[in-house]
Write a protein that binds this ligand. Structure first.
Ligand code: PHE
Length: 445
């Protein structure tokens, strides 16, 4: 069990804050036209993400087992069917798929630590930064090397058992990461085109939002809060009984959102001030823009190296949580050895990740389905399908199946709080997911 509420907050925040905030949020915002996308994303966080996160923590704490067995236990105790553990199984699959590419991108961040430290970007402009990134991306062996390094570190930490190191890492490194992001925002304000950057993020122009953008925004709300696959449920299993779930979850959601918006405010002013860069650059966005800032800041090589190191740490604390549902299940069910499970899981993810490594070079023109590369495909299935469906099922279970006394015991709501919670988990959150899915399907047929 976590020793206190703070440890849980730190672990859950460590899971939530990661590449999703710093790498993915800016680039998908850029691809989806900015402001309107951001508004939909924020709405999804507040209306769908927060209630579902509360549900996950509640289920985890009520079951106190791995997500698969927690769902078994709670479903049978509430007279539900044997169907519900599917939430746990889907989560294991989603975690596996996500980690396979997460480790590849995290490897890019690790690689950039050395690149910045060695002064590659001193005085760099847009063209130089783009060229450095393109050259790296064209070399599958280099990407493979850093993916391997990242995966090895993650497996090592998981095998040793997580809580202690995780706590210290998040407590000290996360605030530092936020500070450096704010330094970058300051750079953007001083040197970049801050007005356009901020305008891009916050001006609400509905016409810029596509149907695909809607699904992306919702999928990302799940992804960035680590929802829909049991990671938060698995962590909730260790939460002390007395802690208020609503307050804790709100804290984590706000923190996660602040980091994402800071990353956006750091990146877009640079994009608009640099010739040759555009918001829709794609997955390379952060790797092309931020080194330009560091290359032109005093002490930029050192600060930049530290920044990418912190991003790598943030990625490790998220990666750990991606494996927790599977790991906890295997250890609990089969008494498997933690080390052995960690190595097998890591090796499997690493192998699947090679498909993502190749998606950026050798297989760049190989399309699995409908114009999607291997990376795009794994990404699509996990965060636009598995996470929202998992989240929907979690909401339905928590709202309609789970026995009332359990909910009352865990959440301790009464009066208006109780009514608000009921409305959110029974209707608003499921409707949010269904409307976005329905609309997407309707538009694409
Ligand atoms: N939330 C993490 C991020 O934003 C990614 C993640 C997704 C972690 C799902 C766990 C579960 O980087």
């Amino acid at each position: 069990m976590w020793s206190s509420r703070l440890v849980f907050v730190l672990a859950a925040a460590g899971s939530a804050v990661g590449l999703g905030n710093i790498w993915k949020f800016p680039y998908i915002t850029g691809e989806n036209g900015g402001g309107a996308f951001v508004v939909v994303y924020l709405a999804c966080i507040a209306l769908v993400g927060v209630p579902i996160m509360m549900a996950e923590v509640m289920l985890g704490r009520a079951g106190r087992m791995s997500p698969i067995n927690t769902m078994r236990k709670l479903a049978s105790a509430s007279g539900g069917s044997g169907f519900w553990p599917v939430i746990g199984w889907m989560g294991v699959l989603a975690g596996f798929l996500i980690l396979s590419y997460y480790a590849v991108i995290a490897g890019w961040a690790v690689y950039y630590v050395g690149r910045l430290a060695s002064g590659t970007f001193d005085g760099a402009d847009g063209a130089a930064s783009q060229a450095a990134f393109d050259a790296f991306l064209a070399d599958p062996w280099a990407i493979l090397l850093w993916q391997t390094v990242f995966m090895a570190v993650t497996v090592f930490i998981i095998a040793r058992g997580v809580a202690r190191g995780l706590e210290t890492a998040v407590r000290w490194l996360m605030p530092l990461l936020l500070v450096l992001l704010l330094v970058l925002v300051g750079y953007g304000a001083a040197v970049g085109d801050f007005a356009r950057g901020a305008g891009f993020l916050f001006s609400f122009d509905v016409s810029s939002l596509s149907v695909g953008g809607l699904l992306t925004a919702m999928g990302h709300a799940f992804f960035t809060l680590s929802l829909g696959m049991g990671a938060i449920m698995a962590y909730g299993a260790y939460l002390p009984g007395r802690t208020s779930i609503a307050g804790t979850v709100t804290t984590i959601a706000v923190l996660d959102t602040v980091v994402a918006l800071a990353a956006g405010l750091a990146i877009f002013p640079i994009v608009f001030a640099t010739a040759g860069l555009e918001p829709g650059e794609g997955p390379g966005l952060m790797f092309v823009t931020l080194p330009i800032a560091f290359g032109n800041l005093p002490l930029g090589a050192v600060v930049g190296a530290v920044f990418f190191l912190l991003v790598s740490f943030a990625a490790v604390t998220s990666a750990i949580s991606l494996t927790e549902p599977a790991l906890a299940f295997l250890v609990e069910q089969y008494n498997a050895k933690r080390t052995r499970v960690a190595i097998s899981l890591g090796a499997g993810c690493w192998l699947l990740g090679i498909g993502t490594v190749l998606s950026f070079n050798v297989w760049a023109d190989v399309h699995v389905v409908g114009g999607l590369t291997f990376f795009d495909f794994v990404d699509y299935v996990s965060y636009k399908v598995l996470l929202p469906v998992g989240g929907l099922l979690i909401a339905l279970f928590a709202g309609w199946v789970l026995a009332k006394p359990v909910v009352a015991e865990e959440l301790g709501f009464d009066g208006w709080q109780e009514r608000l919670w009921q409305a959110a988990i029974r209707f608003i959150a499921p409707a949010g997911v269904l409307v976005v899915f329905g609309y997407t399907i309707y538009q694409s047929v």
